[in-house]
Design a protein around this ligand. Structure first.
Ligand code: NDP
Ligand code: MG
Length: 383
């Protein structure tokens, strides 16, 4: 097998580091041709020394200058030029581990250029669904899901025909505060929200897991990836994070995918699909679990789910309002400007006030994203 030439977007983040761990475990299969990160010069430089990529992208201009000085023999791109790396001829597969809306740029570029994308970044498909489909049609690129729930569904779907699927069941750990009362939720601090019970992840997705906005985004991500409507996507709280999601078929049979909670499994499967090879993740020992439990979500304490269904059903610019309103709200929460329980209120304000328009171009997408961010900031001032 020829070595797969990989570009890792977001190499210094949680997904990026775990991708490099997979690449390290299979140096015979994967070559890290390009590393792209935001501004973490120290870790980025260490990764460049260890993985020796030919191409480097550093979004922050000043950090890019520092890296270019440290590695004069390498190609270093900076600022929005980094997104072009996703379409370079020498790249076979793009791992998209950028956090937030910016993940849309490498995704669209890679798909237009016919690449395979191992997609962790969910904000991109939530916001740019239609444009992503268009890019796939134009260039023939394919998406392989990395998000553990979507990887699970992708695997479960192999058990039957798509036409015979009756519903998709997304599991959710329920986040750190799944048993908190409304009063307790109002007093959650950013430090508390940064601790996830079962997964170790980046800052934004950890807070999204606590508010259930992560699950809301995943409802829309699943709708996009598997072409399902809102009525056929369900959510179950499963605190142990062992069953990563399930698919129910017309005959009432439910197929689930299980493993230890280790993202390297999903990352590796997206890179080796359809093959399965040994992974750095531990084997699942079900006998070591006291029990696997499931229950329905409390949509009163966690309005993010109902809001996601609303955004999905409404379409147009509503998913952008949901996503980008949330990105601003999370940032303002971590800065101490709003309470934990105001995050959904901020997103609600953004959804209620955004111009409901059809998004047919990148310009229209950027217009809606900017408007959502402006509205979310306005909420913080007005409330
Ligand atoms: P992190 O915050 O840990 O990492 C984000 C990475 O993206 C960093 O390398 C950061 O660089 C880089 N980055 C951010 N903005 C830019 C930019 N404009 N240009 C280039 N690089 C940029 O996030 P995670 O790894 O946790 O999450 C990444 C994505 O994967 C998210 O969309 C998340 O929802 C999704 N995901 C993550 C999971 C996980 O287990 N972590 C599980 C499922 C999905 P730097 O730090 O150098 O600034
Ligand atoms: Mg997930």
């Amino acid at each position: 097998m020829m070595k797969k030439q990989i570009a890792v977007f977001g190499s210094t983040g949680s997904i990026g580091k775990q991708t490099l761990s997979v690449c390290q475990a299979h140096r015979d299969l994967f070559a890290t041709k390009a590393l792209v990160f935001g501004s973490n010069v120290e870790l980025g430089a260490a990764q460049i020394r260890e993985f020796d990529p030919e191409i480097i992208g550093v979004f922050d201009i000043e950090s890019a200058g520092t890296i270019a000085e440290m590695f004069p023999e390498k190609t270093v791109l900076a600022g929005s030029d980094v997104w072009s790396i996703a379409a370079f001829d020498s790249i076979d597969s793009v791992v998209n581990g950028v956090s937030g809306f910016d993940g849309v740029f490498p995704l669209i570029n890679a798909l237009r250029a016919g690449k395979e994308v191992a997609l962790a970044n969910k904000e991109s498909v939530v916001c740019a669904g239609g444009l992503v489909h268009k890019a796939q049609e134009e260039g023939g690129g394919v998406i392989l899901p990395v998000d553990s729930e979507q990887s699970a569904i992708f695997q479960c779907l192999a058990a039957g025909r798509k036409a015979d699927v009756s519903s998709i069941i997304l599991t959710a750990s329920g986040g750190a505060f799944r048993d908190f009362s409304m009063d307790e939720l109002a007093n959650v601090t950013p430090e508390m929200a940064m601790k996830h019970p079962t997964w170790s992840m980046g800052k934004k997705i950890t807070i999204d897991s606590a508010t259930l906005f992560n699950k809301g985004l995943e409802i829309m991500e699943a709708a996009f990836l598997f072409n399902m409507d809102a009525d056929h996507i369900k959510v179950l709280i499963h605190p142990q994070s062992v069953v990563h999601s399930m698919v129910e078929f017309e005959d009432s049979s439910v197929i689930a995918q299980l493993s230890v909670p280790d993202m390297r499994l999903a990352i590796q499967y997206a890179l080796t699909f359809p093959e399965r090879i040994e992974s750095p993740a531990a084997r699942l020992k079900l006998s070591e679990y006291a029990g696997l439990t499931f229950r329905g979500p409390d949509t009163k304490r966690f309005p993010a789910l109902d809001m996601a269904y609303e955004a999905l059903r409404a379409g147009l610019s509503m998913p952008v309002a949901y996503n980008s309103g949330n990105e601003v709200a999370v940032k303002r929460f971590t800065e101490g400007d709003i309470k934990f329980t105001e995050i959904p209120d901020c997103v609600c304000y953004t959804m209620n006030n955004i111009e409901k328009i059809q998004i047919n171009s990148m310009d229209e997408l950027l217009y809606c994203d900017a408007q959502a961010r402006r509205l979310a900031s306005e909420y913080v001032v007005k409330r």
